[in-house]
Design a binder for this molecule. Structure first.
Ligand code: S3P
Length: 452
């Protein structure tokens, strides 16, 4: 049995879907689930805080539920009470040795941030994941984390399963990030909570800063200085104490991306997406779509729980090609598959630059996105680390192919949106993994008229 087949057999039913062109415009209000990045961090920090925290708006997707189980296994009490999640933490120094392997499912964020937490604990622990996660590189976190004295044993190539020999007297890490990765940054910051002294990170290209924001919100003194070259120097001093807080998780801009692109491409559509997180380090897609001529406006911007939040109004639009600079990639790293779908229906040739990091996501997203496009008769190619897409605004001849989603939720949702916009029906091999980040996606699209 292949890894993928084995995984599907164990965890989820394979759920293929044939997608036809949307029968009608998409109309109405949409509320997307909570932000995945913020949800992981809310559970982790609440579990490491002293006292009782309440989290509302938490993403109840499989990735985040894995983090909840792992933090429970480390000794925090976590329970659901209606729409709220109640977490009773026992302090950053109050975690206990888990009595079994921590299974992080499909979630790279859960695994990498957890590696940071586990590295400065006075016990050993073990982590694994599904076939997709077991294929992803962990060396990017274990290399810096072992500088604090922790020890990691992985499979070849730094892959899970992994044993973590934690260190109670962790030396603080000073590290310049060689890849623009919020996961690596966050792993080091979380390790620093239990290290003895000042952890320092030099981040040449800023990435999402939810860990820094939320650590501050939980009372940790995190210093962030902008450098002349546009980077950031981030530091905190351990051992640190976190104080329980109530957290409101905003809607995930990476999930909002799917109904937004659907509304842009399906004639006559008009959607209002409410309560979307608008952290400037996450909004690269919205900027790129606006450059393409999208009728996409931001209304009622406010601050909630330390994050910028607003409503997005989107109307069907005639799109033109875009050239997205590599430096924008960290602010829209998960949005390239769905942006590629928009580019396939835009006038002209788009170039999305600097996408090397997509090769190590839930799948090799760069090649998988190319395969999605080509299977559906879009002319596209990879040029170095760039993706080049020739758009066809009338959509004539597009669709008709089968998409392999490779255990990757964002590929599955991108393929569905492609199918809603294309004249010829497409087949998506498996939609089950959508539950990792966007439970209820198909129902939500249908409530607005998608006819899936
Ligand atoms: C995430 C960071 C990004 C992103 C992932 C979530 C996070 O990964 O792709 O979906 O929550 O920190 P990298 O930081 O590795 O680019």
């Amino acid at each position: 049995m292949s890894d993928r087949a084995e995984n599907n057999a164990m965890s989820a039913q394979v759920a293929p879907l044939r997608v036809q062109r949307a029968p009608a415009p998409l109309r109405g209000d949409v509320v997307v689930p909570g932000d995945k990045s913020i949800s992981h961090r809310a559970l982790m920090l609440a579990a490491m805080a002293e006292g009782r925290s309440e989290i509302s708006g938490l993403l109840e997707g499989e990735d985040v539920l894995r983090t909840a189980s792992a933090m429970r296994a480390l000794g925090a009490e976590i329970r659901q009470d209606g729409a709220r999640w109640i977490v009773q933490g026992h302090g950053a120094q109050g975690l206990r040795e888990p009595d079994d392997v921590l299974d992080m499912g499909n979630s790279g964020t859960a695994a990498r941030l957890m590696a940071g937490i586990l590295s400065t604990q006075p016990f050993n622990s073990f982590m694994t994941g599904d076939a997709s996660l077991r294929a992803r590189p962990m060396k990017r976190v274990t290399d810096p984390l072992q500088k604090n004295g922790a020890c990691f044993v992985t499979r070849q190539g730094g892959r899970l399963p992994m044993a973590v020999v934690g260190t109670a007297q962790g030396t603080p890490i000073h590290y310049r990030l060689p890849v623009a990765s919020a996961q690596v940054k966050s792993a080091i910051l979380l390790a620093g909570l239990n290290a003895q002294g000042e952890t320092r990170i030099d981040e040449p290209t800023p990435t999402r800063n939810h860990t820094e924001n939320m650590l501050r919100y939980f009372g940790v003194d995190v210093t962030v200085r902008e450098t002349e070259s546009g980077g950031r120097l981030i530091s905190l001093t351990g051992p640190a104490r976190l104080h329980a807080q109530n957290v409101i998780v905003p809607g995930d801009p990476s999930s909002a991306a799917f109904p937004i692109v659907a509304a842009l491409l399906i004639p006559g559509s008009d959607l209002l997406i409410r309560n979307v997180g608008l952290n400037p380090l996450r909004t690269g897609l919205f900027k790129s779509l606006q450059e393409m001529g999208a009728q996409l406006s931001i209304e009622d911007v406010r601050r909630e729980g330390g994050e910028r939040v607003g409503d997005l109004r989107v109307k069907a639009s005639t799109l033109k090609a875009v050239d997205v600079p590599a430096k924008r990639a960290p602010s829209m790293i998960d949005e390239y598959p769905i942006l590629s779908v928009a580019c396939a229906f835009a006038e002209g040739t788009s170039r999305l630059r600097g996408l090397g990091e997509l090769r190590v996501k839930e799948s090799d997203r760069l090649n998988a996105t190319l395969a999605l496009l080509k299977a559906n008769h879009v002319t596209a190619r990879i040029d170095g680390d760039d993706l080049v897409i020739e758009g066809r605004p009338d959509g004539n001849g597009l669709g008709g192919g089968r998409v392999e989603t490779l255990m990757d939720h964002r590929l599955a949702m991108s393929a569905i949106i492609f199918g809603l916009a294309a004249p010829n029906p497409i087949d998506v091999d498996d939609t089950g993994f959508i539950n990792t980040s966007f439970p209820g996606f198909i129902d939500l699209m249908n409530e607005r008229g998608a006819g899936l």
